[in-house]
Design a protein around this ligand. Structure first.
Ligand SMILES: [Mn+2]
Length: 474
């Protein structure tokens, strides 16, 4: 039988999460508490840098940082031995903001009527920590910057047509390596294994080599049909490429992957053949560093999944995943596919920032201030996402892990239009649904779970209600 996997995984892990959570229990080890503290302190540093005039952002942030909100207890029950550090880049566009200074070029192309069409904005590269069950733990590292000129790759100058004529320090792709190092440092000697999960942009020899040198674990989708297995025991043919190699592997079994669509409805379930083996990644011949150093061959594993019979008119799903983690059997290979599916979490995080928090509409006058604003909003986007998922995974825990007494009472009164409050706080699931209703969620049968964007709207209203007075609590 084929193994079922879900890219969204919103329900799969629900039943197992938090079963053993016992708040007020002192079983938590020092290491776990410290880890949660570390995670919690990262955003705090962001807000300090961000003090400014963004009253709304700060109010929302205060809400999340409320001392009686003991979500670190939730985090600690989740802190696993393995954390996925999902890296990705998002381009935040501010082209129409003519008055904003200091923005960088995101893209440039030759138009039909206008000679040069230019997109302005900032580039945001985030390391997003997620448990292997998919719960977003926080932002491990983030770099937001405006670039002064287009990178060589986009300029397509002759010199760098292979992308290797420029050293990695000069290339923008250095951000993947820097994030890899920082995220791993954050967990250094904590006993937690960090696995950096990246899309095809990180498929660079230098990235894998950094992982090798720093003993970091990586899982990257491949895009380069590079030379493989040259001068090694694996070598079968001369001039073998990675693509030749994976095509020669025999299927180890079938898996099923749920392919999500934009509106989160299940589009289809794809059946794929899974292959895996180890191979040797050779440094490319035109890597500029050959001139000054000896570049090692790297021993890696490849997991190759392909949909052999896609439905008519559909592109077959095909992933080539590269990792330096050991893969000894089918289940270990499958685990890597499952982790790569969780990369989707960072796409949702970007969606919350752009569609939910509408960060591209912010009219701050300088890129410097926009960058600080984006730092705050990133933390808020993460928290919104966290809360959305926690309500789904542990619906029965008390809402006071997230809401203050005033907040849940205000919420209760607002929703019930009556004021004897229950003696004990409602469940988190009830509270989240009420908050979502404040944000326009209809909560009819079949409406499913509220999404992060509706929740955000509801949070804002609740914050206003709880802060705005007009309510007196006995
Ligand atoms: Mn990407």
């Amino acid at each position: 039988m084929a193994t079922k996997l879900s890219s969204s995984q919103s329900t799969e892990w629900a039943s197992t999460e938090f079963k053993g959570a016992n708040f007020g229990d002192q079983r938590l080890t020092t290491r776990l508490i410290k880890l949660a503290d570390d995670l919690a302190s990262l955003p705090e540093c962001s807000i300090n840098q961000a003090c400014g005039n963004w009253a709304e952002a700060k109010a929302a942030y205060r809400f999340f940082q409320n001392e009686s909100v003991s979500e670190s207890e939730i985090l600690t029950t989740h802190v696993a031995k393995t954390i996925l550090d999902i890296q990705d880049t998002s381009y935040i566009t501010y082209t129409s903001h003519k008055k904003t200074s200091g923005l960088g070029i995101i893209a440039s192309r030759i138009g039909t009527h206008i000679k040069k069409i230019q997109t302005d904005g900032v580039i945001m590269h985030t390391s997003f920590a997620v448990t292997t069950d998919g719960l977003p733990l926080g932002i491990l590292d983030q770099k937001i910057y405006a670039r002064s000129s287009l990178p060589e790759k986009i300029k397509k100058s002759k010199k760098s047509s292979h992308g290797n004529g420029v050293s990695i320090e000069e290339k923008e792709s250095i951000r993947w390596i820097e994030s890899l190092i920082k995220s791993n440092e954050a967990f250094h000697s904590t006993g937690t294994q960090v696995i950096s999960v990246c899309d095809r942009e990180a498929d660079m020899y230098d990235f894998f080599e950094s992982a090798y040198k720093t003993k970091s674990s990586v899982l990257v989708r491949a895009c380069q049909n590079r030379k493989a297995n040259q001068s090694s025991l694996h070598s079968r043919k001369e001039n073998e490429t990675l693509w030749d190699f994976i095509k020669s592997l025999s299927s180890q079994g079938k898996i099923q992957v749920e392919i999500p669509t934009r509106n989160n409805k299940i589009a289809r379930i794809a059946t794929l053949d899974l292959h895996f083996d180890s191979f040797v990644m050779n440094p490319s011949r035109n890597n500029i560093r050959h001139r000054t150093e000896e570049l090692p061959d790297l021993n890696l594993q490849v997991v190759y999944i392909i949909e052999k019979h896609p439905p008519k008119g559909k592109e077959p799903l095909e992933w080539v995943l590269l990792t330096n983690l050991a893969i000894m059997n089918f289940n270990q290979a499958l685990e890597k596919v499952r982790w790569y599916c969780l990369r989707w979490r960072i796409e949702v995080f970007h969606k919350i920032l752009k569609s939910g928090l509408r960060v591209e509409e912010c009219r701050l006058g300088t890129a410097k201030r926009l960058i600080r604003y984006l730092t705050v909003m990133s933390v808020i986007a993460w928290r919104i996402y966290f809360i959305t998922l926690i309500a789904r995974t542990s619906p029965n825990i008390s809402c006071d892990v997230l809401l203050t007494e005033i907040e849940w009472k205000v919420l209760y009164v607002k929703m019930h239009k009556t004021s004897p409050y229950p003696k004990t706080p409602p469940s988190i699931n009830e509270a989240i649904r009420w908050i979502a209703q404040l944000g326009g969620f209809l909560a009819r049968k079949g409406d499913g779970d509220p999404g992060p964007i509706t929740l955000w709207r509801g949070w804002k209203r609740l914050t206003d209600l709880a802060e705005g007075g007009g309510m007196s609590l006995v």
